[in-house]
Design a protein around this ligand. Structure first.
Ligand SMILES: [Zn+2]
Length: 232
């Protein structure tokens, strides 16, 4: 248990009846008015993030963890408020779905509407910030999530390794698609933090497979199994 954990979290953890229960913030990336990426079928990333975050939260609660779901109402427009809400938890996990740079996009027609897509990349990636005060712990959990996702059959997305203009990420573990970044939510978290890009929704196949209930459960299982990264 972290020494700076507020009393309320300690109480909740005790109520969970397990000394191994952790307090975990699950952050729904983006919000309704600025919903992030758009899928190859015109759906918003926020919708994907919310659906997956709910499944992940439910799965973690089933393991006895105390889960704080952040941004589920879709009106959280202040990025720095997200990690601030998670002050004192054991781990902050931000849930996202990925896209690619503009120059890779092509167009196609879906249900009579022009949509943009790119099949150049697919798979998951995990991001941590060296500016986070718990960088080592963040990296440990990011590697655990990357390993668990790979073991569950998901592909590490190495597209960010290309590191072209607009990417700006440094790969820390190419086998597991773990990257260093200065993304706000992981940088400003006062607790160990990681951001999971669960899949690439601008990819025409992955936009469909990643939203299958069975796929979301597999991702949630992988995240839950990785929570062994948290020391009791
Ligand atoms: Zn996003």
């Amino acid at each position: 248990m972290r020494p700076n954990k507020p009393a309320v979290w300690a109480m909740l953890a005790l109520c969970a009846g397990s000394t191994r229960a952790a307090t975990i913030a699950v952050d729904v990336g983006h919000y309704l008015a600025a919903p992030g990426a758009t899928s190859a079928y015109g759906e918003t990333e926020f919708g994907y993030n919310l659906a997956l975050a709910k499944v992940v939260a439910q799965r973690l609660r089933a393991d006895g963890h105390i889960v704080l779901l952040i941004g589920a109402s879709g009106d959280m427009d202040n990025l720095k408020a997200r990690p601030a809400m998670a002050d004192g938890v054991d781990l902050f996990i931000s849930i996202h779905h990925d896209s690619v740079q503009e120059r890779y996009l092509s167009t196609w027609t879906v249900a009579g509407k022009t949509q943009r897509y790119s099949d150049i990349s697919h798979g998951y990636s995990v991001f941590v910030s060296k500016d986070n005060p718990y960088y080592a712990e963040s990296l440990g959990c990011a590697e655990a999530v990357g390993k668990a996702m790979k073991r569950a059959g998901f592909a590490p997305n190495l597209h960010h390794v290309i590191n072209e203009a607009g990417e700006g990420y440094v790969v820390l573990d190419p086998d597991l698609a773990v990257y260093q970044s200065s993304l706000i939510v992981v940088k400003y978290a006062t607790v160990p933090a990681l951001l999971l890009e669960a899949g690439v929704i601008i990819n025409r196949d992955e936009a469909l497979t990643i939203k299958q209930p069975a796929t979301r459960l597999r991702i949630a299982d992988a995240v839950a199994s990785a929570m062994r990264c948290l020391k009791p």
